[in-house]
Design a protein around this ligand. Structure first.
Ligand code: SAM
Length: 225
């Protein structure tokens, strides 16, 4: 279960986080569940040291290995599209810093997360275990999902895919939702939400423009080359 007990926090970081929540509300995020979760997660824990002044800006930031911690607005937008209920079982593809996994946990979800860069995963696991020791972290190609633990109520991909990864769709429960940025160029995408209606049918909705790092792996850009 998500907790911030034992985390040392200054009134400054807590205040900046409240401002960030208000900023996201102003940008159109309406899910109170998601806004409250963003309000609980100490983003400074997932940030490179010595860059404190950037922690609560609504912007992505480099975390090493050519990767980024996602912009809070993007994290909130994707999380809201999942329509989480308490106890929803969610798979995140692209753990990165671990921030979005923590936000999902703070929403009350049961979180599975997979990352392809081992060094990033090892760093994020250290922080995630403090906030919720039930989050399950895996190293591997998340474009193929996590069949051993499927099906999931929600799957969120935090890197840009060339097409909707069908293996991920097949790992949803009926009624489950896949949220994935898709674009035919590696650095610009539209946000897709695919809902599994029944065993054979899906409903696809397309939302605004985003910029993610590329999804590697077999059902990501590696499969296109
Ligand atoms: N959710 C992250 C956070 O909150 O910090 C942001 C992730 S960053 C924008 C995208 C991540 O996806 C990178 O860490 C990258 O290594 C990872 N990634 C890319 N392709 C992947 C794949 N096939 N399987 C697992 N992770 C992948």
């Amino acid at each position: 279960m998500f907790t911030t007990q034992g985390i040392n926090e200054t009134p400054v970081t807590a205040g900046k986080r409240r401002q960030l929540v208000n900023e996201l509300r102003g940008k159109g995020i309406v899910s109170e569940l998601v806004l409250q979760a963003i309000g609980k997660v100490p983003r400074q824990l997932f940030f490179p040291k010595d860059f404190e002044q950037f922690v609560y800006r609504d912007a992505a930031f480099p975390i090493g290995h050519g990767q980024t911690i996602s912009q809070p607005y993007t994290v909130a937008f994707q999380t809201a599209l999942l329509d989480l209920k308490p106890g929803s079982k969610v798979l995140e593809i692209g753990t990165g810093s671990g921030y979005q996994a923590a936000v999902l946990s703070a929403c009350g979800a049961m979180v599975y997360t997979i990352e392809t860069i081992k060094e990033l995963l090892m760093e994020s696991v250290k922080v995630l275990k403090i906030l919720d020791n039930e989050i399950q972290c895996f190293h591997g190609d998340g474009s193929m999902g996590l069949s051993a633990f499927a099906p999931f109520d929600g799957i969120v991909v935090t890197a840009g895919a060339p097409e909707i990864p069908q293996t991920l769709v097949s790992q949803l429960v009926v009624g489950g939702k896949l949220v994935v940025p898709v674009g035919d160029k590696p650095d610009t995408q539209k946000m897709y939400r695919v809902t599994r209606i029944n065993e054979k049918e899906t409903k696809t909705e397309v939302f605004g423009d985003f910029k993610f790092v590329p999804l590697t792996g077999k059902e990501g850009w590696n499969g296109k080359n």
